[in-house]
Write a protein that binds this ligand. Structure first.
Ligand code: GRF
Length: 219
């Protein structure tokens, strides 16, 4: 059990989940340290957020490499140099490849804006709207070699309202993500959640900080 888990956070966009993690760390609710932030996109706002806090940032753009395998090797090298205890994909829009998985198998988690296994892949909130479900949410799961297929660690549910579009639903889901992701990282940091390959398990009772399925007053 680490007193403070060292993280590498992989981002492609806005970085609201990175911000939520950093704020939870600041208020002592998440026993982690963000050692570095890595993006595949040079202009990702999440990078400025990290730099403003003095966190090391790196960009590994896919375009700079001959093919996907070369990009994956470069990302694996960058991560190996940072030597994180846990890798957090927080809005990272590319699939990590074999080199990264080989180095860090079972130590990579992702936050996804749907209740997996429903709506994996891109545009999950739009998929939920199209399917006319009345409940969606977010999932934190272990990353394996599939698309959003690894073992689920925790989920939080939100209502889908009749007048939602993909953006309004995504905004509601993101509020849930901002509580769920730091809580899961904290559970891993304290040993309450153990990431054993294929079968992550909670060592005691389900941690209080993790949201439980909420049946909201709907519509
Ligand atoms: C989140 O909704 C996350 O579930 C998905 O990408 C989005 C990233 O948002 N994987 P942000 O960059 O953290 O604001």
């Amino acid at each position: 059990m680490a007193a403070s888990l060292t993280l590498a956070v992989l981002v492609s966009g806005r970085g609201s989940n990175l911000k939520a993690l950093l704020e939870a760390i600041d208020r002592g609710a998440c026993a982690a340290t963000v050692g570095c932030v890595i993006s595949d996109r040079p202009g990702a706002p999440a990078l400025s957020l990290a730099s403003a806090r003095g966190i090391a940032t790196h960009v590994v753009p896919a375009k700079a490499y001959a093919d996907r395998a070369a990009w994956d090797e470069a990302l694996a090298s960058q991560l190996a140099a940072a030597a994180p205890e846990l890798i957090v994909l927080a809005g990272f829009m590319r699939i990590v490849g074999r080199a990264v998985l080989a180095h860090f198998a079972g130590r990579i988690i992702n936050v996804h804006p749907a209740l997996l296994p429903a709506f994996p892949g891109m545009d999950a909130p739009a998929q939920a709207i199209a399917a006319r479900v009345c409940l969606s949410g977010c999932t934190v799961h272990v990353v394996d070699d599939g698309v959003d297929t690894g073992p689920v660690l925790a989920q939080a549910a939100v209502p889908v309202r009749r007048d939602d579009d993909a953006d309004s639903l995504h905004a509601r889901i993101q509020t849930a993500e901002h509580a769920l992701l730091p809580a899961v990282v904290h559970a891993i940091a304290t040993g309450a959640l153990v990431l054993e390959r294929e079968a992550p398990r909670y060592t005691g009772s389900y941690p209080e900080e993790l949201p439980r399925l909420v049946s909201p007053p709907l519509l």
